[in-house]
Design a protein around this ligand. Structure first.
Ligand code: HAM
Length: 432
C-alpha cells in the first residue's frame, strides 16, 4: 500500500510507548507475572478509574510534589468538573477503599492493580508520559511484618521474570512524632548554606528534597546534613529494625540509603526503592513505602497502609539490558494451508473447530500458494502445518507436517482434533 499524500501520518503522543509484537507478549508476561506473584500472597484485584477528581491527587499525593504541581494531565470535563488522569495508583485505591467501606471489614485490606498512569514529564529513555505500573496496597494494619511482606513481594516479582542486576534501597522517613523536629533541624542546617534562591524556596516547602539534589555543589554542601535516621522516635526505630530483621530472615538483600527522597508526599516510616544500574538516569524500577496519614487525609479513618508501584516499562528495559526475554513464544501451534477454493472453505471450518476445542490455530489467507503459506506458518511459530488440497479432500484426510521434526502424516479429518491434541503432549524440541 502506498502512503496517501493528502493525509499526513499520525504519530503516538510524545513520550507514549506502543508495545507491538514481538515485545507485546513480553509486556504481558511482565505485567501478569507481577500480578500473579501478588495473588500468591493473597492480594485481590482492584480495577480503578483512569481519571479521578483532581482534588484526590492534590490532597492525596501532595500539592508540593512535582507530580501534582507540574506533571498532571488535568482538564475540565464537559460538565465543568476538574478531572485528572491518574498519575499513580495509591490515592485512587484509598479513595475506593473509603468509598466502599472495605476498611470496615477484615484488615489488612490487600489489593493489587495494574494499568497506565500519566505524568507530564520530560520524555527520555525510560521516562514516559504514559507509564505502566503494577501496584499493591496493604491497608489498615501498622505491622512491620507487613512492610517486610510487601518489600519481599516486590523483590519476588523482579526475580520471577529473571532480573538480577538491581539493588533494593531502604530507609525510614519517621512519622508525625519525630519528622517535624527533624524537618526543623534540617531547615536550620540548609538555611545556613549559601543556597541559590530557587533551592532555598524548595528547602522551605520540602527540605528533604534538597538531600536528593543531583548537583555536585549542592551535594558537597549537604554532605554533613542531619539525617532522618538519626532522629527516629523509639517507636519508629523499632519498627524499622524489625523490618530489616525480617528482610534478613527472608534473605532479601538491601542497602540503607538515608538520603532517599520519594517523589510523593504521603510516605512515613519505611520507604524503599528498587534501582537497576543498567538503566542510566531513569533507574528506579519500583518503589513504595508506608503511609500513615493518607486515609485520614482523604476523609477516612486513621489507618496506616503500605504498598509499592513497579514500573512495567522499566522492568522491560531492564530485561533488555540483562539480555533476557520472557513470555516470547509461538503465536499458535497449528497453521492451516488450503490449496484451492473448496479446500479453503473446509479449512475455515477446521480451524474454527480447533479453536472451539481450545487449541491455538491460525491459517493462511490471501491465497499465496504453498511456499508463501509455509513462510506464514514459520512466522507464526507454528509447530504443525495442516495442508489440505483436492487430493486430501477427496479422501477426507489432511496432511499434518511436523515443522520441527520435518515429518508428515496423513490423518483423517474425523479424528483430527484428538490427534492434534495428542501431538501437543510431546514437548517441542528445544534449541540444540
Ligand atoms: P513512584 O515511585 O512514583 O511510586 O512510581 C513507581 C514506579 O513507576 C517507579 O519506580 C518507576 O519504575 C515507574 N515510573 C514512575 N514514573 C515513570 C515514568 N515517567 N516513566 C516510566 N516509569 C515510571 C508510586 O507511583 C507510588 N504510588 C507507589 C506506591 C504504592 N507507594 C505506596 N503504594
Amino acid at each position: 500500500m502506498t502512503k496517501s499524500k493528502k493525509n499526513p501520518v499520525i504519530h503516538a503522543p510524545k513520550g507514549v510507548p506502543d508495545y507491538i509484537p514481538p515485545v507485546s507478549p513480553e509486556f504481558l508476561a511482565v505485567r501478569d507475572g507481577f500480578t500473579h506473584q501478588a495473588h500468591l500472597a493473597g492480594y485481590e484485584h482492584i480495577e480503578l478509574p483512569i481519571f479521578e477528581e483532581t482534588t484526590l491527587f492534590a490532597r492525596g499525593v501532595g500539592e508540593s510534589t512535582d507530580v501534582v504541581s507540574k506533571e498532571m494531565y488535568t482538564f475540565e470535563d464537559r460538565g465543568g468538573r476538574s478531572v485528572t488522569l491518574r498519575p499513580e495508583g495509591t490515592a485512587g485505591v484509598m479513595r475506593a477503599v473509603i468509598e466502599h467501606g472495605l476498611d470496615r471489614g477484615q484488615l489488612p485490606v490487600k489489593l493489587v492493580y495494574a494499568g497506565p498512569c500519566f505524568r507530564y514529564e520530560r520524555p527520555q529513555a525510560g521516562r514516559y508520559r504514559q507509564l505502566q505500573q503494577v501496584g499493591v496496597e496493604a491497608i489498615g494494619v501498622d505491622d512491620p511484618a507487613l512492610d517486610a511482606e510487601v518489600i519481599a513481594l516486590a523483590d519476588r516479582c523482579f526475580r520471577s521474570i529473571g532480573l538480577q542486576g538491581y539493588r533494593l534501597e531502604l530507609t525510614s522517613l519517621g512519622d508525625h512524632t519525630c519528622r517535624p523536629e527533624y524537618r526543623k533541624k534540617l531547615q536550620e542546617f540548609l538555611f545556613a548554606l549559601p543556597l541559590d534562591e530557587e533551592t532555598r524556596r524548595r528547602a522551605e516547602i520540602n527540605p528533604l528534597r534538597i538531600l536528593d539534589d543531583k548537583r555536585e555543589s549542592v551535594r558537597e554542601m549537604t554532605a554533613e546534613a542531619p539525617l532522618m535516621l538519626d532522629y527516629l522516635s523509639a517507636e519508629t526505630r523499632e519498627h524499622f529494625e524489625t523490618v530489616t530483621g525480617l528482610l534478613d530472615d527472608l534473605g532479601v538483600a538491601y542497602e540503607i540509603n538515608p538520603r532517599m527522597v520519594r517523589g510523593l508526599d504521603y510516605y512515613t516510616k519505611t520507604c524503599f526503592e528498587f534501582v537497576h544500574d543498567g538503566l542510566g538516569a531513569q533507574s528506579g524500577i519500583g518503589g513504595g513505602g508506608r503511609y500513615d496519614g493518607l486515609m485520614a487525609e482523604l476523609g477516612g479513618q486513621e489507618l496506616s497502609g503500605i504498598g509499592f508501584g513497579l514500573g512495567v516499562d522499566r522492568a522491560l528495559l531492564a530485561l533488555q539490558t540483562e539480555k533476557l526475554t520472557v513470555g516470547a513464544g509461538n503465536r499458535v501451534d497449528f497453521y492451516g494451508i488450503a490449496l484451492g477454493a473448496e479446500a479453503k472453505r473446509a479449512m475455515v471450518k477446521i480451524i474454527h473447530q480447533l479453536r472451539v476445542a481450545g487449541l491455538r490455530a491460525d491459517m493462511a489467507y490471501g491465497d499465496r500458494g504453498l511456499k508463501g503459506a509455509m513462510k506464514g506458518a514459520s512466522r507464526a511459530g507454528a509447530r504443525f502445518a495442516l495442508v489440505l488440497g483436492d487430493q486430501e479432500l477427496a479422501s477426507q484426510s489432511i496432511a499434518v507436517k511436523d515443522l520441527d521434526a520435518h515429518t508428515q502424516q496423513e490423518v483423517t479429518l474425523h479424528g483430527l482434533e484428538v490427534f492434534l491434541a495428542e501431538q501437543l503432549k510431546t514437548p517441542a524440541p528445544g534449541p540444540a
